[in-house]
Design a protein around this ligand. Sequence first.
Ligand code: ZN
Length: 431
Amino acid sequence: MNTLIKEITAVLPDGDGYKTELCDIFVTGDTIAKIAKPSNAPEKYNADKVIDGGGKLAMPGLINAHTHSYMSLFRNSADDLMFHDWLFGRIMPMEDKLVWNDLYWGTQLACLEMIKTGTTAFLDMNICRDAVTKAISESGLKAVITRGLVGNGKNDPGGLERIEDTLYDLRTYGENRRLAFAMGPHAIYTTDREYLELVMDKAAEHGLWINVHLSESVKEIEDCYKEHGCSPVEYLDGMGMFDFHTVAAHCVQLSDNDINILAKKNVYAASCPISNAKLGNGFARIPDMLNAGVKTALGTDSAASNNTLNMFSDMTFMALCHKGNTRTADAVTARQILKMATETGAEALGLTNTGALKEGMRADIAILDMNVPSFQPINDPIAALCYSANGSEVESLMIDGELLMENRIIPHMDEEKIYYECNKAMERIDG
Ligand SMILES: [Zn+2]
């Protein structure tokens, strides 16, 4: 299938930054075959479908580098709680009541929201086998899926079963080109060293990389110093975890030495600024991390601590919180944030062929309506993406050349049923 996106304003890479240009985007199969000035069509190109780009903006699909999709069920049900009370006092007791259907429909809700707000790929951590992965595979989104691994010692039956969940999904869904799998050791406070070493052995055995929560709360840092005499970053570095490709979510509480380690070891930080603020964990040292060369991507975390999976909200908040916190208006710029939310996110997820509108890349494209107040007048669309857009402008979403959503219609998802099933689940879990 060839799709021509005709005369659209496109967000294109420009050196270290971005520019916008009016152009035609020629999609052949799953790939961006050509981006050309209007009326410079490549020879012998026959479009099966033409999208009129008038008044619209094409941007690379957003990449959410940290979330827990099933937890969309818990949206607006665990608020105004400090992180440890939130997790251990509220979230985990609700999680104990989840059955297969809840996990499946909660994940459908998450995928629906991500499609509607321009996300094309995400890094997920879940608590089960099959249900979440099945829902994601049906959504058509790209994802790297990790089973959250909690365990003590190398013979802990629960810990071993969780690793087996990862391998089960890898075996069952490994053929799906839009899905990949990684090992997801949950955090240093829900695992011990022996278990983490087992997880790394299994990761090496199956050629998988690592997705871990790291340095999220002050308590995590204090407990780590008490127990191990070093910071969480130093602790994981000391056991060789960062020899794997690693995505570390949060990275809020970092020392100078931690920042140097992350930069030197090419660890991807998945910063989740709204979740970090909402749970009272603070602000990551993003300007320092960027200056030191830490590859920093952007994540929403789950809807239980955000409370949306709308990357536009996190882009805006990422910019504003660091400008305000450092009293420096250019502490993080709109263009840096767009890069975090696209190109660096793709790298973090190990996706080498997406994250930018470039010839030869996969056609993962969000199309936004600019004929709305948040984009008018059209002065700088890239500034609009970071500072004035809210996600509702996303009109169509293409992944691998396939339109998952067109003019806000998502034919393969039953919105009404998703809402019904999620409400029914929460009545049982927390009614
Ligand atoms: Zn998380």
